[in-house]
Ligand binder design. Structure first.
Ligand SMILES: [Fe+2]
Ligand SMILES: [Fe+2]
Length: 475
């Protein structure tokens, strides 16, 4: 079951050839997908040979095979983790019942919406990142960008498979829609706002893959608990690919910081103007990028109180992060949870029914997890002997969804006046000047083993290859 059949047009481990109708429908979608990749995928990259990993099995050991491939020839396909025998639903009102191998009629609309929303983010990020290859700081980084891109493309395949197999005509229409909406398109945008923003430079890309791909991890973890077994199995395999995306982000920011602190020590200065003159990204600017990406990403978890979240949980569609490791009753009726709101000019905690606060529960788990990387970035700064600490902004800072939406809160969690906000926002969020400066550093570096001035080389290469390996052959 875990072996992948590459002899077919669409590589898969779901015995696709046994379901002719489905196979034909997906083979019909495939050229549209490739057309989308050509139109909206990585700019000008069609003829490059890129050192990519391809899944050969869904086993945790050795699923990846590395080799140079042209991206349009990448073997996108359908890979599900093996099913667990007699899997039971382990949370919500149906707890203890057998997991669903098909979609129950009463949950069809909600499941479709969950799958479409997840599926929409995958091609969206490819679109957001499509010009970054033109300014890659090294071949190593260019290869990592392309690896992330092809895997987001495969994640789209994962969701499209579910839509085609389980949702009939509606599902096929939704699968077309996933190729029709485009990131930032005024008439037909992507569903979630963070996926309509630009990813204009490589610092944004690293922040995006660290923070926003981690939102992906938490959403996928919650769906990996689903009573709808095919969704649980497909998201489990997606998670193994997602880990590399977050590695790209964390190590990218870390190397950016490394280069900055090296230059700070060489020049014996923390003067922003001097550091910018030396062509590195000053730590306060990195902090502002963190503040931006962190706040925009935590909005993706949705409103802090949501009856949809309660329905999704109680009906078994979407669990909590690591549901199986928790020791409560997994039904949560009568439990409560603390959320934040602003009352009389103060930030207060409010107790609400936990079922309605499950978006907040997932957001809080995400926040704990995402702080880990910030701690590791601080170790790079500490090791260089520099007094500066990066922090995650307060959860209430710069929010646009839920009860904190539009509240004026400083990164350290104080409610501030409109005038204080306006006076300080340039210290808290990237300014146009910051963005223009970062953009000015973005030049293409393509010789193997060479790196742009603003970023340090990685400690090691991909798949134990040397750092100066030819990760991309431009032909
Ligand atoms: Fe993804
Ligand atoms: Fe990802």
């Amino acid at each position: 079951m875990s072996g992948i059949n590459y002899s077919e047009k669409i590589p898969n481990n779901v015995n696709l050839s046994e379901d002719r109708t489905l196979q034909r429908a997906l083979e019909h979608w495939q050229p549209n997908y490739l057309q989308w990749w050509n139109d909206m995928g990585p700019d000008g990259s069609q003829n490059f040979d890129v050192y990519l990993r391809t899944a050969v099995s869904v086993d945790p050991q050795g699923w990846a095979q590395f080799g140079h491939v042209k991206m349009p020839d990448y073997r996108w396909g359908i890979f599900l983790n093996p099913g667990e025998q007699d899997r039971k639903i382990h949370f919500g009102d149906h707890i203890g019942e057998a997991a669903w191998q098909d979609v129950p009629g009463e949950h069809r609309a909600n499941l479709r919406r969950i799958i479409v929303t997840q599926g929409d983010t995958e091609p969206a990020s490819v679109e957001q990142q499509r010009h970054l290859g033109l300014t890659a700081p090294s071949q190593y980084d260019l290869r990592n960008l392309f690896q992330v891109n092809v895997e987001e493309g495969r994640h789209l395949w994962a969701m499209v498979y579910l839509l085609h197999k389980y949702f009939g005509k509606d599902g096929r229409e939704e699968a077309e829609g996933l190729l029709e909406r485009n990131s930032g398109n005024a008439d037909n945008p992507r569903i979630l706002q963070a996926f309509n923003e630009k990813t204009p430079d490589w610092l944004s890309f690293f922040m995006f893959t660290y923070f926003t791909d981690r939102d992906g991890k938490f959403q996928l973890c919650a769906l990996a608990e689903s009573a709808f077994d095919p969704l649980a199995r497909t998201t489990k395999f997606m998670l193994t690919e997602e880990a590399h995306h977050m590695f790209v982000g964390e190590s990218g920011v870390s190397r950016t910081i490394q280069r900055t602190v090296d230059v700070m020590n060489q020049l014996k200065t923390d003067d922003v103007a001097k550091l910018r003159a030396a062509g590195v990204i000053d730590l306060p600017t990195i902090q502002r990028y963190i503040n931006f990406h962190f706040s925009v990403t935590i909005d993706l978890f949705g409103a802090d109180q949501s009856s949809n979240a309660a329905t999704f949980y109680s009906s078994g569609l979407k669990g909590r992060y690591e549901e199986g490791k928790r020791t409560d009753d997994h039904v949560l009726k009568g439990n409560s949870y603390k959320i934040l709101s602003v009352e009389d000019g103060k930030l207060i905690e409010k107790e609400v029914p936990m079922l309605n606060a499950l978006n907040e529960v997932l957001r809080d788990d995400y926040i704990t997890d995402s702080k880990g990387g910030i701690d590791r970035w601080n170790r790079v700064i500490e090791k260089a002997g520099i007094q500066f600490k990066l922090t995650a902004p307060h959860k209430a800072f710069h929010r646009n969804i839920g009860s904190l939406s539009g509240a004026k809160i400083s990164p350290d969690g104080r409610v501030v006046s409109e005038s204080e906000w306006n006076a300080k926002v340039g210290e808290w969020l990237p300014t146009n000047e910051d963005r223009a400066y970062v953009a000015s550093l973005m030049g293409r570096v393509v010789e193997p083993g060479k790196f742009a001035n603003w970023i340090a080389p990685p400690v090691m290469g991909i798949n134990r290859q040397p750092v100066d390996f030819d990760y991309v052959r431009f032909n």
